[in-house]
Design a protein around this ligand. Structure first.
Ligand SMILES: NC(=O)c1ccc[n+]([C@@H]2O[C@H](COP(=O)([O-])OP(=O)(O)OC[C@H]3O[C@@H](n4cnc5c(N)ncnc54)[C@H](O)[C@@H]3O)[C@@H](O)[C@H]2O)c1
Length: 263
């Protein structure tokens, strides 16, 4: 058990979760990485432990409530109770038709993305309730706001935004804040591989943002860091888009009358 504050990051072995683990480590937190990817998770924990850092990897399938409870008990025994929880574990699909989709894959996506968020919020939220403090950030998306052809993922992200509000009210009585971040396309290795495979059109992506730069995983981590900080002490139940102006731009830039400047 350390005297440091403890940040738990599900899906912390790669992408946004890994950037978040690095950020909280740089701010002096002890880090618990919960992920299925042992190789990457252990490597990151070892990286964060060089110098003055404290970090541990816990192999855990967030879809399995019992596994998350067991991991939470081990984190508490090893590092102490959670001060921060970031639920970044998730599966990211490609476009598909509701008529043709594989229902097993659909159910698995709900179990990981939505139920996995609930499992982690319950297991670590209980540790926070006991101490009457804590901050939770769930991973929403631009999908939390508008329809995109990702039949399990898209409504799942809407549900996570609503769940975040429910938890904010339920846990607010205990001094715990619960917020969500809503990234647009973030160029993680996972997304880059989809672009390389022709499953995402980068030109199309860039044409509907207000800005000409996409957020990096570190940009999302900084927004999460803000939501967990004392500066955000009266912010709870929100979805903070980190979207380079996608929500503003996606209808504006596809207006049938064109944009009022020369392209
Ligand atoms: N990258 C984007 O463009 C983007 C945009 C909006 C929202 N998001 C959300 O951000 C979150 C992280 O995405 P990312 O881009 O960093 O993806 P990523 O693939 O880089 O990382 C996801 C991590 O979750 C882990 N994981 C997957 N299933 C798991 C399970 N059952 N149990 C435990 N760990 C599991 C993976 O091993 C991986 O380390 C997801 O919720 C995703 O929906 C991503």
């Amino acid at each position: 058990m350390t005297t440091r504050s403890v940040a738990v990051v599900t899906g912390g072995a790669s992408g946004i979760g890994a950037a978040t683990a690095r950020l909280f480590s740089s701010r002096g937190y002890a880090i618990a990485i919960l992920d299925l990817n042992r190789e990457r998770g252990e490597k990151l924990a070892a990286d964060l432990t060089t110098g003055n850092g404290v970090a541990r990897f816990y192999s855990c399938d967030v879809a399995d409530a019992g596994a998350v409870d067991a991991a939470a008990a081990r984190v508490e025994a090893d590092l102490g109770p959670a001060d921060v929880l970031v639920t970044s574990a998730g599966l990211i699909p490609n476009s598909e038709s509701i008529m043709d989709m594989d229902m097993e894959a659909h159910d698995r996506m709900w179990q990981v993305n939505y139920n996995g968020t609930i499992h982690a919020c319950r297991a670590f939220g209980r540790q926070m309730i006991a101490r009457k403090r804590g901050a939770i950030v769930t991973l929403g998306s631009i999908n939390s706001r508008l329809p995109l052809p990702l039949p399990a993922y898209n409504p799942g992200k809407v549900a996570i935004a609503r769940l975040t509000q429910l938890l904010a009210v339920e846990l607010g009585r205990h001094g715990i804040r619960v917020n969500s971040v809503g990234p647009t396309y973030v160029m993680t290795e996972t997304l880059q591989s989809r672009v390389d495979a022709g499953l995402r059109d980068l030109k199309k992506i860039m044409s509907v943002h207000a800005l000409d730069t996409l957020p990096s995983p570190e940009d999302i981590a900084l927004a999460i860091g803000f939501l967990c900080s004392a500066e955000a002490r009266t912010i709870t139940g929100i979805l903070l888009p980190v979207d380079s102006g996608w929500l503003a731009g996606v209808s504006y830039k596809t207006y049938a009358g064109g944009v009022p400047w020369k392209e």
